[in-house]
Design a protein around this ligand. Structure first.
Ligand SMILES: Cc1ncc(COP(=O)(O)O)c(C=O)c1O
Length: 386
């Protein structure tokens, strides 16, 4: 049987029946938009995230944009993002009128380098064109960014800190989730993500009541918040008093029903992911340029298992011929993308991101990957080296 890159079928075999029951309930009650499952899922998600609030939305990209809008980031603002991440992290910034400023990454964790962040903030201040406003740190491949160090910097400079945890939702540092340090954490429920649904979905977890009110408003067309309605003496439906320019970004009730079941086993799946990653590490360490490095006290959710190889493209072709799918996250850092190379602020020192784009390759991974299949993948990787 062909080896899938991310095996969603094994989980379906395990909890497919309860997911289908959940979907059938939605079909029976017919509240397809903002139905009761959305509220239940948001409550369960907040409990998992140990956050005061969870707000679902249409996808992980909107989740970041909603936070930027809610924080009032916009024209003239600089938002610091890693140069080595999925494009969505940077894409939302110009949508608000602000500009992304690219920051280089740590060569071992692939996450934003706090020293380079501070240098980029200094460069933006010296240039004087933009006002430093926010940092979006990314939990790349599942490992938390260095929030303790990054939050010291954001506090010192008075910047907002947003955790883009689309790949790392559920990751921890000494048992604490990124929200311990960030103003808000965003995530994606894209099917291949560690916590994925059966379509598009996303969420923001946060503790700030006033920010939540604004996110609720921005999520549905900038409708009136209770505070808006009270001050404007308005008594009709909130969505027909449009106080700000928002978007339409709701999580479908059917997706919420799917996520309720998946969230129930998510903590257990994160534990299974550690076993699978551990087996890969043990077998591949010393045979490739690098196996993933997870810092002491950090628990990754292993959205990807990413190794480095000096002949990455050769290895990819070799594995493909053996029926083993791989992926390259990411072949071009953001500052070199045609749609983004006009953003010139920052230090311009992005050499680690450029080098990593040439060597990284991600292997098949899922919490249910068996030792036998892994042995087959490992043997193929080692055969290429030989
Ligand atoms: C780091 C990162 N941020 C944001 C997103 C956007 O999520 P979505 O595809 O749900 O919009 C992704 C998804 O791939 C991601 O990997």
């Amino acid at each position: 049987m062909a080896i899938p890159f991310i095996d969603l079928g094994a989980q379906r075999e395990r909890i497919g029946a309860s997911i289908e029951d959940g979907i059938k309930k939605v079909l029976a009650h017919g509240a397809y938009i903002m139905g009761p499952e959305v509220r239940t899922f948001e409550a369960n998600l907040a409990q998992f995230a140990r956050s005061k609030h969870a707000l679902s939305c249409a996808n992980g990209t909107d989740a970041i944009e909603l936070v930027l809008l809610g924080l009032g980031v916009g024209k003239g603002d600089a938002v610091f993002v890693p140069a080595f991440t999925f494009v969505a992290t940077a894409e939302v910034v110009p949508m608000t009128g602000a500009e992304p400023v690219f920051v280089d990454i740590d060569p071992k964790t692939y996450n934003m380098d706090p020293v380079k962040l501070e240098a980029a903030i200094a460069a933006v201040k010296a240039e004087g064109r933009l006002k430093p406003a926010a940092v979006i740190a990314v939990d790349l491949f599942g490992q938390a960014a260095d929030y303790p160090a990054i939050s010291k910097i954001t506090q010192a400079y008075g910047l907002f800190l947003i955790a883009d945890s689309a790949q790392g939702f559920g990751c921890t540092i000494d048992g604490k989730q990124p929200l311990e340090w960030a103003h808000a954490t965003s995530t994606s429920f894209y099917p291949a993500k560690p916590l994925g649904c059966y379509g598009d979905g996303g969420a923001v977890v946060l503790n700030d009541d006033a920010l939540l009110e604004r996110l609720i408003s921005f999520r549905v067309h900038g409708g009136a918040t209770p505070t808006d309605a009270a001050t404007m003496n308005y008594v009709h439906e909130a969505k027909y008093l449009n106080v700000r320019i928002g978007m339409n970004s709701r999580l479908d009730t059917i997706q919420a029903a799917v996520l309720i079941e998946k969230l129930a086993i998510f903590a257990e799946e994160i534990a299974l992911r550690q076993t699978v990653a551990g087996r890969y590490n043990e077998a591949l360490d010393g045979f490739v340029s690098s196996v993933p490095y997870v810092k002491d006290g950090y628990v990754s959710t292993w959205a990807q298992y990413t190794i480095e190889h000096e002949n990455r493209d050769g290895l990819q072709v070799f594995l493909r011929e053996k029926g083993i799918p791989t992926a390259v996250y990411y072949p071009i850092p953001l500052h070199q993308q045609p749609g983004y190379n006009m953003f010139t602020s920052g230090t311009g020192d992005l050499g680690v991101s450029e080098a990593k784009a040439k060597t990284v390759i991600s292997l098949p991974f899922s919490p249910y990957l068996t030792a036998e299949t892994q042995a087959e993948i490992v043997a193929a990787v080692k055969a290429f080296r030989a």
